[in-house]
Design a binder for this molecule. Structure first.
Ligand SMILES: Nc1ncnc2c1ncn2[C@@H]1O[C@H](COP(=O)(O)OP(=O)(O)OP(=O)(O)O)[C@@H](O)[C@H]1O
Ligand SMILES: O=C(O)[C@H](O)[C@@H](O)[C@H](O)[C@H](O)CO
Length: 192
């Protein structure tokens, strides 16, 4: 299975391969949106949380926020995955909080990586984190997630989406935006 069929699916719905990091603080819906995109577009998916060393998971589970030093090797593993996917060339989606600008710079170093930032209100996040089951991240870490988060600048390759909308709505809007960008590029190329 895989590459040929996957490429065919993507092409069929008019979206060229992209290399995306779905970012945002805990509970924004990164996994929900990233898996939805990967499924609809036939792209590869990687859960960023699965690349954390066990020591990071243990630390967060016990209610302690990660430091820059804790995140550095994890972000490098995320970068390695993205790098392999760019070489493979058929489109890929990674979830990663990518809270600070320096983290995003590490993730996209020498790669054509773009970010999708999911915005969700604090109260909604608290509610989601409190009510979901079987996740290692305690709701008590939400304040540190929010205070660590650095809003992406206009100079960063980021698409912002409203994570309060139903996931199907978010996915439709994103895929429509990708298609519109393709059409614009084709139009420019045709006009010369
Ligand atoms: N758009 C949405 N509307 C309502 N609920 C949502 C939406 N997106 C996600 N959820 C729910 O919110 C919770 C968190 O979603 P999800 O696990 O996708 O977030 P996440 O950003 O990947 O979290 P984490 O980084 O902490 O793993 C889940 O229970 C999920 O079902
Ligand atoms: O950078 C971080 O602090 C971490 O990546 C967290 O964001 C969690 O891994 C994730 O959100 C799971 O809840």
């Amino acid at each position: 299975m895989g590459t040929i069929e996957t490429a065919h699916v993507s092409k069929a719905i008019g979206v060229r391969p992209r290399f995306l990091v779905v970012m945002g603080v805990s509970g924004t819906g990164k996994t929900t949106i990233a898996t939805g995109l990967a499924t609809r577009l036939g792209w590869h998916f990687q859960e960023g949380d699965a690349l954390h060393p066990q020591s990071n998971v243990d630390k967060m589970s016990s209610g302690q926020p990660l430091t820059d030093e804790d995140r550095k090797p994890w972000l490098e593993l995320c970068h390695d995955w993205l790098s392999r996917e760019v070489k493979a060339g058929h489109g890929a989606v990674l979830t990663c909080s990518a809270l600070k600008r320096i983290y995003r710079e590490q993730l996209r170093r020498d790669l054509p990586v773009e970010f999708i930032h999911i915005r969700v209100a604090r109260d909604t996040l608290a509610d989601r984190m409190t009510h979901r089951k079987g996740h290692f991240m305690p709701p008590s870490l939400l304040p540190s997630q929010l205070s660590t988060f650095e809003e992406p600048g206009d100079d960063e390759p980021v698409i912002h989406v409203c994570g309060e909308d139903h996931p199907d709505v978010v996915l439709e809007k994103l895929i429509q935006q990708f298609r519109d960008e393709e059409n614009q590029k084709e139009l420019h190329a045709a006009v010369g």
